[in-house]
Design a protein around this ligand. Structure first.
Ligand code: ATP
Ligand code: MG
Length: 226
C-alpha cells in the first residue's frame, strides 16, 4: 500500500463568492517531491493556502490519513505542515537569525544552520542586505524551524538568476534526501520544477489539466502557459 502524506480530494476553494479552485485531486507520498506548475493566476498560491487553512474550501484534505480541512492554521502547523510563502515575507529590518527565531526557539537553529552554513555565517546581518537567493534560503530555513513533515514552497525561484535557482534546487533536494521531508513546490519556472520533482501537476484556471512523471510533462506545460 502506498504511504500518502498528503491527499487532496475533490477540493474547491473560494474567495468570497469567487470559486478559484475546482475539483482538485493531488497527492504527495512520504519522501516524495511533487511540483504544481501553472501560469499567473492559475491558483497555485490558493492551493497552498488551502492546505494551510488560510482560505475557505470544500472537499477533503488528509494529512497522514487524518482529515484536516476543519483544523485551524496553527493546528496544521503542529501536525507538520510548513510553508515558505510567495514573495518570502521576511522582516527586512531584522537580522537573519531573528527572522528564523520568529518560527521556532533557539534549539532549532543548529538544525537549519547545518543545512545552510552560509546563513550561520551571516546570521547577524539584516535580512534586507542579503541577496535574493539568500533571502529565499532564509524563507525556507524559517519554515524548517517548525520541523515539518511536509514543506510547501511557493515559487522559490521568483526573481532569481538561473544559477541561483540551481543552488536553491540543490538545497531543496537535500531537505528531502537528508531530512526526509516531503516537498510540494508550486512554480512557473519549469526548470526549477524539473530539477527537484519526480512528479508534477499542471494547473490552469483553477483545475488540474495534466499530471504525470516529470519526464512525460517536459514541453507539454508550454501549451498551458499564456
Ligand atoms: N485575496 C483574494 N481575493 C480575491 N481573489 C483572489 C485573492 N487572491 C487571489 N485571487 C484570485 O484567485 C486567482 C488565483 O490566484 P493565485 O494567487 O492562487 O494564483 P497563482 O497561480 O498563485 O498566480 P501567481 O503565479 O501570479 O502567483 C486569481 O484570479 C486571483 O485574482
Ligand atoms: Mg502565486
Amino acid at each position: 500500500m502506498r504511504k500518502y502524506l498528503l491527499e487532496v480530494e475533490n477540493l474547491y476553494a473560494y474567495y468570497g463568492k469567487a470559486e478559484i479552485l475546482r475539483n482538485i485531486n493531488i497527492y504527495v507520498e512520504k519522501g516524495e517531491s511533487v511540483a504544481v506548475l501553472g501560469p499567473n493566476g492559475a491558483g497555485k498560491t490558493t492551493l497552498l493556502k488551502s492546505i494551510c487553512g488560510l482560505v475557505e474550501t470544500k472537499g477533503e484534505i488528509r494529512f497522514n490519513g487524518v482529515e484536516i480541512s476543519g483544523l485551524k492554521p496553527h493546528e496544521r502547523i503542529k501536525l507538520g505542515i510548513a510553508i515558505s510563502p510567495e514573495g518570502r515575507r521576511l522582516f527586512p529590518e531584522m537580522t537573519v537569525e531573528d527572522n528564523l527565531l520568529l518560527a521556532g526557539n533557539g534549539e532549532k537553529l543548529e538544525f537549519v544552520y547545518n543545512l545552510f552554513p552560509n546563513l550561520k555565517e551571516k546570521r547577524g546581518q539584516l535580512a534586507r542586505n542579503m541577496s535574493g537567493g539568500e533571502q529565499q534560503m532564509i524563507a525556507i530555513a524559517r519554515a524548517l524551524m517548525l520541523e515539518p513533515k511536509l514543506l510547501l514552497l511557493d515559487e522559490p525561484s521568483m526573481g532569481l538568476a538561473p544559477i541561483v535557482v540551481e543552488t536553491i534546487a540543490e538545497a531543496i533536494d537535500r531537505i528531502r534526501d537528508e531530512l526526509g521531508i516531503s516537498i510540494l513546490i508550486v512554480e512557473q519556472n519549469t526548470q526549477m520544477a524539473f530539477d527537484v520533482a519526480e512528479r508534477a501537476y499542471i494547473l490552469a484556471s483553477g483545475e488540474v489539466v495534466k499530471e504525470g512523471m516529470i519526464e512525460s510533462l517536459q514541453g507539454i506545460e508550454r501549451d498551458y502557459f499564456g
